[in-house]
Write a protein that binds this ligand. Structure first.
Ligand SMILES: Cc1ncc(COP(=O)(O)O)c(C=O)c1O
Length: 451
């Protein structure tokens, strides 16, 4: 008999509370009955997945000669010319189909630099995706600007374009959508609203290397895009970041800001014409990144293929919903998110489901919480600078508006995320994820009592 059919039949029967009978009637000896095999691990059964998952990050011996060469040269920082950083910049721009790229020390510093280059100043407002890593909020706050939250569309986990226009005030200068988990935002309506109101658009593509929206790479769809190469990312160098843009002027402004305000390119000959910082990337980082372009392309294809397999498997699991992608778009799955509906799991909580799935050997998490209640925005609102820059009424309305982020609240309460390294596993291991989920669903009535 087909093993998967047997299992599916068993799972259905278990859901009806007759697992033992089903197994026995299928001719299994009581000695091999799934007391150990099919009982949820949280209830004392054996976990579905007993092995490990692919490690992250990974290095290759072939990278070592380049790193050693830089070490021995003494040319470690980004000087006036040459070296691995500019080589990385032209390679990354080409990989993405962008006109230009500037390497930075991190994704956060890429965002701070781009916001400066796009004219964000103290007292401005920037419309931001609330469902993101905290650095997106921080990059705006560091400029003493207000991150005003659009809502999240629960079907896509990205900025709901329909929520953007109502957030625009006479202080709004820019929209900052986030391609979270490498899921492309619906950029056409976002860009159209921005154009209508004469606003800039910056893509936070820090998790979206090679993601595609309508045939174009994320990071090339607006005024500029920002990337992170931090340790956990698909193309890591410990720390690192990049800005991509099709505008020479924007990249030259970014270059100047990230390099102590020194003029270059379009602004050549003007000395230190702007404020600046030191957010330069090191040649060591660039050498590591240059080695990983092919790896990134190959692994992206593997993650996509395994994500498609998971999406197919989840079709048979009511109550775990994959995200909807914009038409003609491709995600890169920095996390593979699923929306959990407890009604299909006998009222089991999302966190109970996570505990049960982890017990089956499948690492997963609830990902982001409602970070706007954490205190950083209250601290900003109470600071002298924000008190001077914004009216009391504006700051009160702003704070009150967090309560209205209904879509985001739903997303935060129901998302379960599998991290990207799981998607690099063999197909058999990916099947374990589906099997573990089915097992939990089948036994949810019993699990609900312990979770
Ligand atoms: C969506 C998003 N934005 C910004 C950042 C900041 O990047 P970094 O950690 O390289 O500063 C990250 C990094 O995790 C991110 O995921």
């Amino acid at each position: 008999m087909d093993k998967s059919l047997t299992r599916r039949g068993f799972v259905k029967a278990a859901a009806a509370g007759s697992a033992t009978l089903a197994w026995l009637s299928a001719g299994r000896s009581p000695t091999v009955f799934a007391a150990e095999v099919d009982k949820p691990a949280l209830l004392g059964g054996a976990p579905v997945h007993k092995g490990s998952w692919p490690k992250w990050p990974e290095w290759r011996q072939a990278w070592e000669p380049d790193i050693l060469k830089i070490l021995r040269s003494g040319h470690w920082y980004r000087g006036s010319s040459g070296g691995k950083v500019p080589e990385f910049e032209s390679g990354y721009a080409k990989l993405l189909g962008a006109k230009r790229c500037l390497a930075t020390s991190s994704g956060t510093t890429a965002l701070i630099t781009s916001l400066h280059a796009l004219g964000i100043d103290a007292g401005d407002e920037v419309i931001v995706s609330p469902y993101t890593f905290i650095a997106t909020y921080n990059a705006v706050l560091i400029h003493k600007a207000l991150p005003v939250f659009a809502d999240t569309d629960p079907a896509t986990l990205t900025m709901d374009p329909a929520s953007v226009e109502s957030r625009i005030t006479d202080r709004t200068r820019l929209v900052l959508p986030v391609h979270i988990f490498g899921i492309p935002c619906d950029m056409d309506p976002i860009n159209a609203i921005a154009r209508k109101h004469d606003l800039g658009v910056l893509e936070d593509a820090c998790q979206a290397w090679l993601a595609e929206y309508k045939g174009q790479k994320c990071g090339t769809l607006a005024d500029a895009g920002c990337f992170s190469f931090q340790n956990s990312k698909h193309i890591p160098s410990g720390e690192g970041g990049a800005i991509t843009s099709n505008s020479d002027e924007i990249v030259d402004r970014c270059y100047a800001f990230h390099n102590c305000g020194r003029a270059n390119g379009t602004f050549q000959g003007r000395g230190c014409f702007t404020r600046g910082v030191n957010f330069r990337m090191q040649h060591f980082q660039a050498a590591m990144l240059l080695q990983q372009f092919d790896k990134l392309v190959k692994e992206t294809a593997i993650r996509r293929s395994n994500a498609d397999h998971l999406i197919d498997g989840l079709k048979e699991v009511p109550g775990l919903q994959p995200v909807r992608l914009p038409e003609n778009s491709r995600a890169v799955w920095h996390l593979f998110p699923m929306r959990f509906d407890s009604r299909h799991f006998n009222g089991m909580s999302r966190n109970g489901f996570i505990r049960a799935l982890r017990a089956e050997g499948v690492p997963c998490s609830s990902v982001y919480h409602e970070q706007y209640f954490d205190g950083l925005l209250d601290e900003a609102i109470a600071s002298r600078s924000f008190q001077r820059l914004f009216s009391k009424k504006r700051l009160k309305d702003y704070r009150d508006s967090f309560e209205e982020l209904k879509g985001n609240r739903q997303v935060v309460a129901t998302t379960v995320g599998l991290s990207q390294n799981l998607l690099l596993a063999d197909r058999g291991d990916i099947d374990h994820i589906i099997e573990a989920i089915r097992k939990i669903q089948a036994h949810s009535a019993a699990l609900v009592k312990v979770s």
